[in-house]
Design a protein around this ligand. Structure first.
Ligand SMILES: [Zn+2]
Length: 131
């Protein structure tokens, strides 16, 4: 009787272990093994998440929702030559032009109406007033 219990415990451990291995393996697919399409998908998703975090920290002061991506991926005149940040809100307040993506976004009132947080709604109001 004892032997059965021990054997079933061993089988359970082996079985459970292999399931755990399978799950962790499928979650950690090697990036290099992905298709170019899947790579693009993953990078885009992660970039959106990273921008959200930068917005939360106050480094990404973008006026549109969803936020522009060009200020995140490149150093340009609209983010004071620091990629990963956006200063379009500041520029608008100063009466200067934001990045082309933001400019396009502001032109479309729907994107301002779609702002999710009060803060974004306020910046959109500022943007529209200064237009
Ligand atoms: Zn921008």
């Amino acid at each position: 009787m004892k032997a059965y219990i021990i054997i079933s415990i061993i089988i359970f451990c082996l079985f459970g272990g292999s399931i755990g291995y399978f799950i962790s393996d499928s979650q950690n697919v090697d990036f290099a093994e992905l298709s170019p399409e899947a790579m693009f998908e993953q990078i885009t998703t992660q970039r959106a998440f990273a921008i959200e975090k930068a917005v939360e920290r106050g480094d990404y002061r973008c006026c549109i929702s969803p936020a522009c991506t060009m200020c995140y991926t490149e150093a340009n005149q609209w983010n004071n030559w620091t990629a990963g940040t956006c200063a379009c809100d500041d520029l608008i307040v100063q009466g200067k032009e934001p990045c082309p993506q933001c400019k396009k976004g502001i032109g479309d009132e729907a994107s301002c109406g779609g702002a999710t947080t009060t803060e974004q709604e306020e910046s959109c109001e500022v943007n529209l007033d200064s237009e």
